[in-house]
Design a binder for this molecule. Structure first.
Ligand SMILES: C[S@@+](CC[C@H](N)C(=O)[O-])C[C@H]1O[C@@H](n2cnc3c(N)ncnc32)[C@H](O)[C@@H]1O
Length: 239
């Protein structure tokens, strides 16, 4: 298994090639299954509701089984997910893993609710678990301070310089995640030199966070365009 490389392939095929007990940490952001068939036009603006074919019908259960096999016994996992996926993940983690926490990313600038018939979706979730039930003290957990270890992240959805945009000004990836959150998870649950896996790399945010923190990464992404952008991000970072 080549380290510090993003393979362009389907995750189950890729995970099948990784030996048992190989990685220290999984940090991943799989499809949320929240896409709708059509984007929304409102007051001259287009609100993206269809992220792509990949965001329809994703089943996390077989992927989780593979991730559990590949993690070291005290290895840990963080999975980003949407609201309706919480019960699926939590049931899996309680039954087959050691469920540890539900972290909330509270976005201060959620997408508007044009219909005004429901609350805005301002939260995304990150589920945290350890592979084996037992002693959490055997897993790496770099607790910094009581004031910085809350299970809530507060930040805007990604905009500004960090958001990768094409020449037309449109975001390259509809669900790019903030490096600050990824780096926090990685710093807490791994040490420099550890191997971190993300089988849903998108434009490589987990890989970039690993590179900046001197961790090794492995992972895959189905869309060659996203892999190319991920490699270009990685190659423009010198550290
Ligand atoms: C939520 S996005 C991840 C975005 C990423 N966190 C970032 O910041 O760029 C999920 C990604 O998984 C990819 N994907 C979906 N199904 C896949 C599969 N079966 N195998 C590999 N990648 C897949 C999609 O193309 C998409 O880029």
């Amino acid at each position: 298994m080549e380290l510090n490389k993003i393979a362009c392939m389907d995750c189950l095929e890729y995970l099948g090639q990784i030996p048992d007990n190989f990685v220290d940490l999984v940090v991943t952001d799989p499809p949320y299954n929240v896409s709708q068939k059509n984007n929304l036009k409102f007051g001259g603006r287009v609100i993206i509701k269809n992220f792509g074919d990949w965001d329809f019908g994703f089943d996390p259960v077989p992927v989780l089984a593979e991730l559990r096999r590949i993690l070291k016994p005290n290895g840990q996992i963080y999975v980003f997910c949407g609201t309706e996926q919480i019960p699926i993940y939590i049931r899996e983690f309680i039954e087959n893993w050691f469920f540890r926490n539900l972290l909330v990313w509270y976005k201060t600038n959620p997408p508007p609710r044009m219909s005004k018939t429901n609350y805005l979706f301002a939260n995304e979730y990150i589920i945290y678990a350890i592979k084996e039930k037992g002693k959490p003290s055997l897993s790496t957990f770099n607790f910094s301070s009581q004031s910085t270890m809350h299970n809530t992240f507060i930040s805007g959805a990604l905009q500004g310089k960090e958001r990768l945009k094409g020449k037309n000004g449109m975001a390259i990836h509809p669900t790019q995640k903030p490096l600050a959150i990824l780096k926090k998870l990685i710093e807490v649950s791994s040490n420099p030199g550890d191997i971190i896996l993300d089988p849903f790399m998108g434009i490589g945010s987990t890989a970039v966070a690993c590179k900046e923190l001197k961790r090794k990464f492995i992972g895959c992404e189905l869309n060659p365009k996203y892999v190319a952008w991920a490699n270009s991000r990685l190659n423009t970072r010198n550290n």
